[in-house]
Design a protein around this ligand. Structure first.
Ligand SMILES: *[C@@H]1O[C@H](CO)[C@@H](O)[C@H](O)[C@H]1NC(C)=O
Ligand SMILES: *[C@@H]1O[C@H](CO)[C@@H](O)[C@H](O)[C@H]1NC(C)=O
Ligand SMILES: *[C@@H]1O[C@H](CO)[C@@H](O)[C@H](O)[C@H]1NC(C)=O
Ligand SMILES: *[C@@H]1O[C@H](CO)[C@@H](O)[C@H](O)[C@H]1NC(C)=O
Ligand SMILES: *[C@@H]1O[C@H](CO)[C@@H](O)[C@H](O)[C@H]1NC(C)=O
Length: 494
């Protein structure tokens, strides 16, 4: 290589670009995150938000939009998950009181007789309540409820807290108080996982959902492990074999030809769904577990299928939104929910847009732990975005090709964050979405799913690795000079 002045100039220019993208993302998060943390703890949660302790309202409550002043269990679980990761992996014990409130609310929600039924006939699937946890009678306010992601998401959250309490020598409390509630949801999943249900988007469709199945798989696997750990093996007989069936079912959603995970069994545009949407992207984040490496069956963030899916779906959304038309090919663009979305005009979403950055921060962390990355024929097109001459094969962290690829992928993820900074209101309180024509903030202010996605992307960008849900052991992945500890949830450089 001859270091001609032109080569040096180009190299320096791209270096400056990378540095400026990184520092723009740093600057944005330094303003956004403190404001977001405050909004989640004080403006959407508990008595300060007009809710009972532990309830997180779907948005900062606003009398002008009463339809949003409700407790959607799914959206609240996104927030609980952020707090749990901050407690478990970042040691923020100041969150323990609000997490204890969360336990009370989640356990109570199981027992509330609602239009979904009672605890024997369906209340476990009720997806939405008033802020005092009263059930909702207005059927238009609970379209999409009951939803079968309620039980597994609630169980996964309670299991994550239980796992942490075990590290605090609090197993008796877990066994006596948390386990009966967790196992109530697990029993339901084990018996009913193969039933159709409403999916997570609006208006919902009735069918099988990749998101729901993925959460069911995770809840049963993690629940079986926890049950054995606390000495209740007789409670979890059959959960692992049921989970294997669900894992097989999850593989049926893969579109081999185009290389993306279809999100629902309803794939008829006349019924409002092509099956192309962002829910599988969200799965990569919530079922992320670096002890599983880049496993494609569980759709880990760095798996070839998840990377291919990200590229395919991101490009579909790029074509879909007018505001993305001027974004150069190769730069990140906005993500929405699903391609046929008409709700509130069908706008780009902060939630799924942040998710695409988070998937890559998670992937980068896993490659770092493994000490290598693999390019397969399935992920080739994804990697070609960052090196057009890349070939299939395994690239070790000591190779310059690995460094070049991972630097470029990190910069792309940071560019997602910078893109979203342009759509952020001056007060740094994220709304629901982004106007698809003008790129301006759009929709209800302080929507918790936007706030949770921003927090989670920020935390993973800073090196936070969520605790393992799959591993029987507390330290399993070890190579490439890095060790992953489940209890600490952190990468330790050796
Ligand atoms: C990790 O596992 C070992 C063996 O089971 C146990 O002795 C140790 O206390 C665990 N550490 C933590 C932090 O949970
Ligand atoms: C166990 O954890 C629960 C929930 O945080 C708490 O209320 C209880 O005091 C803890 N018990 C012990 C022995 O630490
Ligand atoms: C139930 O399982 C069968 C066989 O795997 C599958 O074809 C069907 O779509 C599943 N239904 C739901 C709702 O999970
Ligand atoms: C990748 O290779 C596998 C096995 O060699 C093959 O079954 C699959 O169709 C290939 N996929 C693509 C996208 O080329
Ligand atoms: C791109 O990939 C090819 C093939 O592996 C490799 O030879 C080349 O050095 C890579 N380019 C950069 C800039 O890393």
């Amino acid at each position: 290589m001859i270091f001609s002045p032109i080569f040096l100039a180009v190299a320096l220019a791209s270096q400056v670009l990378a540095t400026s993208t990184k520092s723009a993302a740093d600057d944005y998060f330094s303003n956004l995150i403190p404001r977001t943390k405050y909004a989640l703890l004080h403006e959407t949660t508990g008595p300060e938000a007009g809710a009972i302790p532990g309830v997180v309202a779907a948005v900062i409550p606003d009398d002008a939009r009463p339809e949003w002043n409700v407790y959607w269990v799914r959206d609240a679980c996104l927030v609980y998950d952020v707090w749990l990761n901050q407690l478990v992996s970042q040691g923020d014990t100041s969150l323990r009181p609000v997490l204890d409130d969360m336990v009370h609310v989640l356990v109570r929600s199981q027992q509330i007789t609602s239009l979904a039924g009672n605890v024997f006939t369906g209340s476990l699937g009720e997806a939405v309540y008033y802020l005092d946890l009263d059930y909702i009678l207005d059927s238009t306010a609970r379209i999409g409820s009951p939803a079968d992601d309620t039980q597994p998401f609630r169980a996964a959250i309670l299991i994550k807290y239980a796992d942490w309490l075990l590290t605090q020598n609090n197993g008796t409390w877990v066994a006596d108080n948390l386990w009966p509630a967790i196992n109530l949801d697990l029993q339901w999943i084990s018996s009913n996982w193969n039933e159709s249900s409403w999916d997570l988007w609006w208006p919902p469709v009735w069918g099988g959902s990749y998101w729901t199945a993925s959460l069911q798989y995770r809840a049963l696997k993690a629940g079986a492990r926890l049950g054995r750990k606390i000495g209740r093996p007789e409670n979890v007989v059959g959960y692992d074999s049921r989970a294997s069936l669900i894992l097989d079912y999850m593989q049926t959603f893969w579109n081999e030809k185009e290389g993306y995970m279809v999100e629902t069994t309803i794939t008829d545009v006349k019924l409002g769904r092509s099956g192309k949407g962002a829910a599988p992207l969200t799965v990569t984040i919530y079922n992320f577990d670096p002890t599983l490496g880049c496993d494609a069956k569980t759709f880990q963030p760095c798996s070839d299928k998840a990377l291919s899916s990200l590229k395919y779906i991101a490009n579909e959304f790029r074509k879909f939104f007018p505001v993305s038309q001027n974004i150069p090919e190769g730069d990140p663009a906005y993500m929405g929910f699903f391609l046929e979305d008409q709700f509130e005009g069908g706008q780009p979403q902060f939630f799924s847009s942040f998710n695409q950055a988070e998937q890559l921060y998670d992937a980068l962390a896993t490659w770092h732990i493994l000490g290598h990355l693999e390019v397969t024929n399935v992920s080739l097109a994804f990697f070609q975005q960052f090196n057009s001459s890349i070939a299939t094969g395994t690239y070790s962290a000591s190779e310059s090709t690995y460094t070049h690829l991972t630097d470029a992928i990190r910069e792309w993820a940071d560019a997602v964050v910078v893109l979203l900074s342009k759509a952020t209101p001056a007060d740094y309180v994220l709304p629901m979405s982004i106007d698809k024509d003008t790129g301006e903030p759009f929709g209800p202010r302080g929507m918790i799913r936007s706030l949770a996605a921003a927090s989670s992307a920020h935390d993973t960008r800073s090196g936070m690795i969520p605790p393992s849900w799959a591993s029987e052991h507390n330290t399993t992945a070890k190579s490439g000079g890095a060790t992953y500890g489940q209890a600490a949830g952190q990468v330790v450089l050796g």
